[in-house]
Design a protein around this ligand. Structure first.
Ligand SMILES: [Fe+2]
Length: 432
C-alpha cells in the first residue's frame, strides 16, 4: 500500500481446500469492490493528486491492474500480450527491478490514459486473469501470487478512500463522497485499564491462510507487565490537550515531532477546522461539527506520542497490542459497517475498538522480525525495503475491508503521516 502501506505475503502453498470456483469468485468480488468504491466519483475526481502521498483514483485503478498483468499474466499465461507497452512505466509504483517508473509526485499530471481507457484495461486484464485461474488445479506459486494481488488490491481500496478524503478536504466546496448514518449520540464508555502480566509471549503469523511476509516468522518476545486502555482516545479527550496548549508546549514532544509540527503548522489533528470558535471536521460525508465522543483520528505518531506523554502514559508496543488482540474476535467498525468514519464505542466488550475505527499507532519501529526473509525476485521489494524509519500501526480502520485484517497484521507509516485513519490507544507499565 504505501508507499502507502506496502506489505508482502508469506509464500504459502499449504491451502488444504483448493477450490477453483471460490478463487474466481474472490477475484471477481474484490475487483468489483474497487470499482464500486469509485461509483460516487465524478469524472473530474479521478485525476486529482493533491499531495505526493496521494495518488489519483485513476492511478489506483490502473496500478492494481498492472500488478496482476506484471506478476501473474506475463510470467504465467503464455499467450498473454500486454494491453499497452507504456503502461508498465506509468503504473509501476516502486519496483526498481521491474523497470523505471513515472515520478510518483506527478501522477496527477496524467490526463491520458483516460478514465475510460483505464476501465478497459481492467476488463482486458480481468478476462485474462479468469483464463489463468481456469488453468489452476492445485495450490502453487500462481495461486499464492493471486492471493497477494487480491490483498494488494484491498490495500489500495483503503488508499482510494483516504486519498479521496484528502482531495475533497482541500476543496472549498467540501464535496460529499457518501452520506452516512452512523450513530452519533452515544457517549464513549468509561475508560478502564486492563492488566496484562509479564511473561514470554509469541507473536507473528503461523496459522493457515494468507499473511504478508512481514508478519512472519512467529517468534517469542518477553513483555513486562503492562496495562492497556479499554478503548481509543476520543475527540473530546484530545480536545483537552489542544485547549491546554499541547501543540505549543515543546516539553510533551519528541524533538523530531516538535520540528515537524512547527514546520507544518499543526494546531490540531488533520481535518479539524476552527470556524468562529467551534470545531468542525471534514469527513467522507462532508464537513460537520466535531463529535467529542468519536475516537480521535488523523493524528501523526508524533501527535499520538505527545498526547500520551501529556497524560502521563505511553503508546503500546506492537507486541503488547497483538497479545491483547489475538484472543478477541475480528469485529468492529470496519469498512463493511458502511460508516467510513470512526464511531463512539458502546462499551459492550472488555477491550474495545481493537479492530476498525482507526489504525492504532504503536511505539514500535517497523523492523523485520527475527529470521525474516524477503520474497525472492521483484516481489521482495514489496515489503522488506521499507523496514526503516517507519512506525507500526495495528488493528485496521473504518475503511479497511473486514476480511483483510487479523491480529498479526502490521501496517506502517512515517511518523509525521496523518492522512490515514490513524488514532490512539494509551498504555502504561503495569505491576511486575
Ligand atoms: Fe501498490
Amino acid at each position: 500500500m504505501p508507499v502507502a502501506a506496502s506489505t508482502a505475503p508469506a509464500p504459502r502453498e499449504d491451502e488444504p481446500d483448493f477450490d477453483q470456483a471460490r478463487i474466481l469468485a474472490e477475484y471477481r468480488t474484490i475487483r468489483n469492490d474497487t470499482e464500486s468504491l469509485c461509483q460516487p466519483l465524478a469524472i473530474e475526481d479521478y485525476g486529482i493528486q493533491s499531495m505526493p502521498d496521494v495518488s489519483p483514483p485513476k492511478w489506483h485503478l490502473a496500478h492494481t491492474t498492472w500488478f496482476f498483468e506484471t506478476f501473474l499474466l506475463m510470467p504465467f499465461l503464455p499467450e498473454y500480450r500486454v494491453f499497452h507497452p507504456q503502461f508498465g512505466y506509468l503504473f509501476n509504483s516502486y519496483y526498481e527491478t521491474v523497470g523505471s517508473f513515472f515520478p510518483r509526485a506527478q501522477r496527477g499530471l496524467l490526463s491520458r490514459p483516460t478514465v475510460g481507457e483505464v476501465y478497459r484495461y481492467r476488463q482486458y486484464v480481468d478476462r485474462a486473469m479468469e483464463a489463468l485461474i481456469a488453468t489452476l488445479h492445485q495450490p502453487d506459486t500462481t495461486l499464492s501470487r493471486i492471493k497477494l494481488g487480491l490483498n494488494h488490491e484491498q490495500q489500495h481500496q483503503e488508499l482510494l478512500l483516504t486519498d479521496i478524503k484528502y482531495n475533497f478536504a482541500l476543496n472549498p466546496l467540501r464535496p460529499v463522497y457518501l452520506q452516512r448514518t452512523e450513530p452519533r449520540c452515544c457517549r464513549p464508555s468509561t475508560l478502564k485499564w486492563l492488566d496484562y502480566p509479564a511473561g514470554v509471549r509469541a507473536i507473528g503469523h503461523q496459522t493457515k491462510g494468507f499473511a504478508f511476509d512481514n508478519e512472519t516468522p512467529r517468534h517469542a518476545v518477553y513483555l513486562g507487565a503492562c496495562r492497556l486502555a479499554s478503548r481509543l482516545v476520543s475527540n473530546g479527550e484530545f480536545l483537552e490537550f489542544v485547549e491546554a496548549g499541547g501543540y505549543r508546549r515543546a516539553e510533551h514532544w519528541l524533538s523530531d515531532g516538535w520540528a515537524a509540527g512547527r514546520q507544518k503548522g499543526w494546531q490540531a489533528p488533520l481535518y479539524w477546522e476552527n470556524i468562529d470558535g467551534a470545531w468542525w471536521l471534514m469527513t467522507l460525508a462532508g464537513l460537520r461539527r466535531l463529535d467529542e465522543h468519536e475516537p480521535v483520528c488523523h493524528v501523526s505518531f508524533y501527535e499520538a506520542d505527545a498526547y500520551a506523554r501529556w497524560r502521563g502514559k505511553r503508546l503500546p508496543s506492537e507486541a503488547e497490542w497483538e497479545v491483547a488482540a489475538e484472543s478477541q474476535p475480528v469485529e468492529g467498525n470496519l469498512r463493511n459497517a458502511g460508516y467510513l468514519h470512526p464511531v463512539a464505542t458502546q462499551g459492550k466488550q472488555t477491550i474495545e475498538q481493537l479492530y476498525g475505527d482507526v489504525w492504532e499507532w504503536t511505539q514500535s519501529p517497523y523492523r523485520p522480525y527475527p529470521g525474516f526473509r524477503a520474497l525472492q525476485g521483484p516481489l521482495g521489494e514489496y515489503n522488506g525495503k521499507f523496514m526503516c524509519n517507519q512506525i507500526v500501526l495495528r488493528g485496521g480502520s473504518c475503511v479497511t475491508p473486514k476480511d483483510h485484517i487479523r491480529p498479526t497484521y502490521r501496517n506502517f507509516f512515517y511518523p509525521a503521516d496523518r492522512w490515514q485513519f490513524s488514532g490512539i490507544r494509551l498504555a502504561d507499565d503495569g505491576q511486575n
